[in-house]
Design a protein around this ligand. Structure first.
Ligand code: R5P
Length: 336
């Protein structure tokens, strides 16, 4: 009797896999392949071409009829092209009779503009959420989005998985004594507090950051004592590196010992001909711990944590009607 039950369950799980398909778009081919191998779900084939004027053309080579489709694409540089490619794929999938269109966006670009700082500005995070939903997305899965409230810009399920659960594991391996977690600005306090909580309730310090110009900032003062403490600065992303460089400067002035950087997303852009990575190396950071939400070449200075397994398990839980929250809490000691 038990054996029959087991066979029935296995048949059902295989059926769920057969009824699903994964597509890795331009930014996420490698991670999509890993996820396909880990889940046993077929990796779909597709074509993407560009017209002479820069317009993008997409076409699915594999059928998606009545399937749960998972499109994987980070929307980093070139953000507009990568976002547009994603929107076109969603449209193609929806028009090809998919059962549901699930979008996995390991790094969710355009999330920083989630409110008007001054009058007459766009709220681009809201516009992007409208675009994704209008194109036909039924569900969004992402990691450590810039602000939690962006979930409310969507009227579809939105899973913001916590990459810092994975990052915390790697920080623990460093065995840092006298550890203080530092948020480089007010906006990141709750995220940094969550990381500090996982790391044996380490003390938390906050830097008062002021934006001096577009893509430029200044660290004004540190809230909390960092003297003779080993520091992990934790932020959702590093773009030009300006925020972190000024944070390191003020932390050193206040007598901090070794300084590490943990970030969920290594955007790492160039600004005025200077590479963000070079800036970070030169400012005295010992090591960077991040994820592969954005792919870069291997580097001894930066440790990339692979998100493939977390995404694969999320997909498996979803197609098998199992709770993603319960699994995530148990596995990574974080809620979602
Ligand atoms: C801003 O609130 C974000 O959390 C990051 O601190 C910021 O976007 C990093 O940008 P950059 O590296 O250019 O200073």
């Amino acid at each position: 009797m038990l054996k029959i039950k087991k066979i029935k369950k296995e048949n059902m799980l295989n059926e769920n896999k057969r009824n699903s398909i994964i597509f890795g778009l331009s930014t996420s081919k490698k991670i999509a392949k890993n996820i396909s191998e880990l889940t046993g779900i077929k990796l779909g084939e597709s074509k993407k071409k560009s017209f002479a004027d820069g317009e993008i053309f997409v076409e699915l080579s594999s059928t998606v009829r009545n399937k749960s489709v998972f499109l994987i694409q980070s929307t980093h540089y070139p953000a507009n092209d990568n976002l547009m490619e994603l929107l076109l794929f969603i449209d193609a999938v929806r028009r090809s009779s998919a059962k549901e269109v699930n979008i996995v966006i390991p790094y969710f670009g355009y999330a920083r503009q989630d409110r008007k700082v001054l009058g007459r500005q766009a709220i681009s995070a809201k516009l992007v959420s409208n675009l994704l939903t209008t194109a036909g997305a039924n569900r969004i899965i992402t990691f450590d989005i810039h602000s939690e409230q962006i979930a409310g810009f969507f009227d579809i399920p939105f899973d913001n998985l916590k990459a810092y659960g994975l990052i915390a594991r790697e920080i623990s391996k460093l065995n840092l004594k006298d550890l203080t977690i530092v948020s480089p600005d007010h906006g990141g306090v709750s995220r940094a507090r969550s990381l500090a909580k996982i790391l044996d309730n380490s003390p938390l310090s906050v830097i008062d950051k002021r934006r001096t110009n577009h893509n430029e900032s200044e660290s004004m003062f540190v809230l909390g004592d960092v003297k003779n403490r080993n520091i992990v600065i934790f932020d959702d992303m590093v773009d030009t590196g300006g925020t972190v460089v000024s944070a390191v400067k003020i932390l050193k002035e206040q007598g901090a010992k070794d300084i590490y950087l943990a970030i969920s997303h290594a955007v790492l852009s160039d600004k005025d001909g200077v590479k963000a990575k070079d800036k970070l190396k030169e400012c005295g950071i010992k090591k960077i711990i991040t994820t592969n939400s954005i792919s870069h070449d291997k580097d001894d200075f930066i440790q990339y944590i692979d998100l493939s397994n977390a995404i694969a398990e999320t997909i498996k839980h979803h197609i098998n009607n199992k709770s993603i929250t319960n699994w995530f809490v148990k596995e990574y000691n974080t809620y979602i």
